[in-house]
Design a protein around this ligand. Structure first.
Ligand SMILES: NC(=O)c1ccc[n+]([C@@H]2O[C@H](COP(=O)([O-])OP(=O)(O)OC[C@H]3O[C@@H](n4cnc5c(N)ncnc54)[C@H](O)[C@@H]3O)[C@@H](O)[C@H]2O)c1
Ligand SMILES: [Zn+2]
Length: 364
């Protein structure tokens, strides 16, 4: 992969088709990529002090005309207040309906900047330039934008597709190791339920991937974007098929919320959630024990997860009763049925959930 030839993937959502450019060095060509995607000259970039500190200079060189708007990131800043700061800066900088907002950061900047773009003057163009592995394989694709309320995560938002996504795996070199690994669990998620060859590729290239070699990362990120892109194109507003991407997320969210978002990163909680879903599927006979072990080994080889064996199963169980994925009283649960295959069931019982949580090491 050279930066002269980034991979280009088309995401064909009904509301808006858009290109995703992926390759080492694409950051240096972000301006040209946007010119090619027909983005006008009035450009603003929203980023965080951390991301701008590491990558602001090369970004500025590639896109000197983009006016920087620096806001704090981190989950507790993903609020309407944060969006308000972006609106203020856009207004002050003279942004109008022809302007574009580039969201340059992790999922927090992408969700918050995306929501600002979706709503400022009833919507201006949005370009995602994601800088965490999680944002590159997940948050930047698919059009979900929004913020948290004091009462819960992601409670305000919209579906708003970007006009382009520019992914440079080179920026991942400065990501804290734990954040990088958390993103790799989401990569394993795509492979485990949607794409057996991606799953195998991660196992095969684990060395270069964990060394963050952009040449190894680019095709893996591209495979994830293809999987997610195909699914969101078929089900933009999560009425059906898109739910398969919730593999590991039912139990994952319950563990994440049950520990007040302090102990586990999102990807780590998803790793636990995938293990739980595998154990439920295997106990039902829906997943061969050998496939369960293969998925568990793929998760284990990334390193130890923060422990959860001092937790009680009661809090996550209660949270699952109120999960967003409960529709008409039924919990929609993604069960793997083989490597790269899955099905959605609505009859997972509390007894099965409890047993799976115990398998993870949780107590009474
Ligand atoms: N919209 C979606 O479809 C979607 C999907 C998944 C997750 N999300 C959202 O994404 C958010 C999580 O995103 P995240 O995991 O990227 O977290 P994040 O945006 O909080 O970033 C994690 C940390 O990494 C730092 N960082 C970012 N890029 C860096 C880089 N290149 N080098 C060094 N440090 C860097 C950030 O400053 C931050 O401290 C959550 O709010 C979640 O709800 C959205
Ligand atoms: Zn996730």
């Amino acid at each position: 992969m050279t930066h002269d030839q980034p991979l280009r993937i088309e995401i064909a959502t009904p509301s808006r088709p858009y290109p995703v450019f992926i390759g080492a060095g694409t950051l240096a060509h972000v301006g040209a990529a946007l010119d090619g995607a027909d983005i006008g000259p009035s450009r603003f970039v929203v980023s965080s002090p951390v991301v701008w500190g590491f990558w602001g200079e090369p970004f500025h060189q590639a896109q000197p005309e983009a006016v920087p708007i620096i806001v704090p990131d981190g989950e507790r800043h993903k609020t309407l207040g944060g969006v308000g700061r972006i609106y203020d800066a856009l207004l002050k900088g003279g942004a109008d309906r022809s302007s574009a907002l580039l969201a340059f950061g992790g999922g927090v900047i992408g969700d918050m900047g995306g929501f600002a773009a979706a709503t400022y003057m009833r919507g201006i163009r949005l370009v995602h330039v994601p800088t965490t592995l999680l944002a590159q394989v997940d948050a930047a694709i698919g059009g979900k934008v929004g913020v948290n309320l004091p009462g819960g995560k992601n409670l305000v938002g919209s579906f708003y597709q970007p006009s382009a996504v520019v992914i440079d795996p080179g920026v991942l070199t400065t990501l804290p190791r734990r954040e990088f690994r958390a993103g790799l669990y989401e990569v394993i998620k795509y492979g485990a339920v949607c794409d057996a060859s991606l799953f195998e590729q991660v196992g095969r290239d684990l060395g270069p991937l964990t060394r963050r070699d952009p040449a190894a990362l680019a095709p893996v990120i591209a495979a994830c974007c293809r999987v997610k892109g195909a699914i969101v194109a078929a089900d933009e507003r999560e009425a059906g098929r898109r739910r398969v991407l919730n593999f590991g997320h039912t139990v994952g969210h319950a563990l994440e919320a049950g520990t007040k978002y302090k102990r586990l990163l999102h990807g780590e909680s998803v790793a636990y959630g995938m293990l739980a879903a595998c154990s439920i599927a295997a106990a039902r006979g829906a997943l061969a024990a050998a496939d369960r072990d293969t998925i568990a080994a793929a998760i284990a080889q990334l390193g130890p997860l923060p422990p959860v064996n001092d937790l009680s199963a009661a809090a996550p169980l209660e949270l699952m009763r109120h999960d967003k994925k409960v529709l008409e009283g039924r919990l929609h649960f993604v069960l793997p049925t083989g490597i790269g295959m899955s099905k959605i069931v609505t009859d997972v019982s509390e007894a099965e959930l409890l047993r799976a949580l115990r398998d993870l090491g949780l107590g009474e």
